[in-house]
Write a protein that binds this ligand. Structure first.
Ligand code: HEC
Ligand code: HEC
Length: 203
């Protein structure tokens, strides 16, 4: 009996002290199970940072509200660029809003996508990221975006180029894309490739 008490007391004390925290694992587990059960891991990777192929996005560490908005936009047809329609739409057509929210919170709770060693301090891509205003909205090293905006640090290079180009040319207009479109005349294709090279290597 004494043994039992000893075993349980610390847990109870913890639960009392960190009531809100003790709920978090349940929610995270739910989103994690859904991420696997709904087939997301097949293309975005079991760890959400090793996508099936080049040009597919990493989702680990992405902001939850941004993820929820993209799912909503792909579902409704507001986002049709790239492979949104062909690859993603069938996967989220039947996805309930609450499930999308749980998956998004799970993904956001994961560490930022791991990537190759960071580019040197003086890389041309980093300089462009800072001088072409990207940093203003996507935050330091692309990690701390404005609310509702995406983190782009450590993202797949081909995906960065494709999405930024689609926003530049107006193929992608969903969500808050119109906040970014007006600055995209500041970069040409070569510069964008350098920025993407830099971002994809940020840890
Ligand atoms: C068959 C492959 C495939 C499956 C399965 C899949 N996705 Fe995707 N997903 C993609 C591709 C490809 C894109 C990029 C679309 C584009 O080219 O614009 C994408 C984009 C996304 C985006 C937007 C990312 C961003 O940075 O804007 C989110 C969020 C997302 N997927 C979540 C999910 C979730 C949640 C599931 C499971 C319910 C899922 N995906 C299943 C292929 C897939
Ligand atoms: C004025 C704010 C702003 C600036 C400046 C800006 N962006 Fe964005 N960017 C956004 C927003 C907002 C989105 C998401 C649009 C949406 O809601 O779907 C976005 C999306 C992206 C995406 C797609 C992310 C994904 O996961 O699909 C990439 C890549 C990107 N930006 C790169 C850049 C680069 C490179 C620059 C600099 C040349 C830049 N952005 C400058 C606001 C900005």
């Amino acid at each position: 009996m004494l043994k039992t008490v000893k075993r349980h007391l610390p847990v109870m004390a913890l639960a009392a002290a960190f009531g809100a925290v003790s709920l978090a694992p349940a929610l995270a587990a739910d989103g994690k199970a859904l991420y696997a059960d709904k087939g997301c891991s097949a293309c975005h990777g079991e760890d959400a940072k090793t996508p099936l192929q080049e040009g597919f996005p990493k989702l680990a560490g992405q902001k939850a509200d941004y993820i929820v908005n993209q799912i909503k936009d792909i579902k409704s047809g507001a986002r049709t660029n790239g492979q949104s329609v062909e690859s993603m739409k069938p996967m989220v057509e039947e996805l309930a809003d609450a499930d999308a929210q749980a998956i998004a919170e799970y993904l956001a709770s994961l560490a930022e996508p791991a990537a190759a060693p960071a580019a040197g301090p003086a890389s041309p891509g980093k300089t462009l990221f800072l001088t072409k205003t990207c940093v203003a909205c996507h935050g330091k090293e692309g990690k701390k975006p404005l609310p509702g905006y995406p983190a782009i640090a450590g993202q797949d290079k081909a995906y960065i180029i494709a999405q930024a180009s689609d926003i530049q040319t107006g193929k992608r207009t969903n969500g808050k894309s119109n906040a970014m479109q007006p600055v995209m005349h500041l970069v040409n294709a070569d510069e964008l490739a350098l920025v993407a090279e830099y971002l994809s290597t940020v840890k």
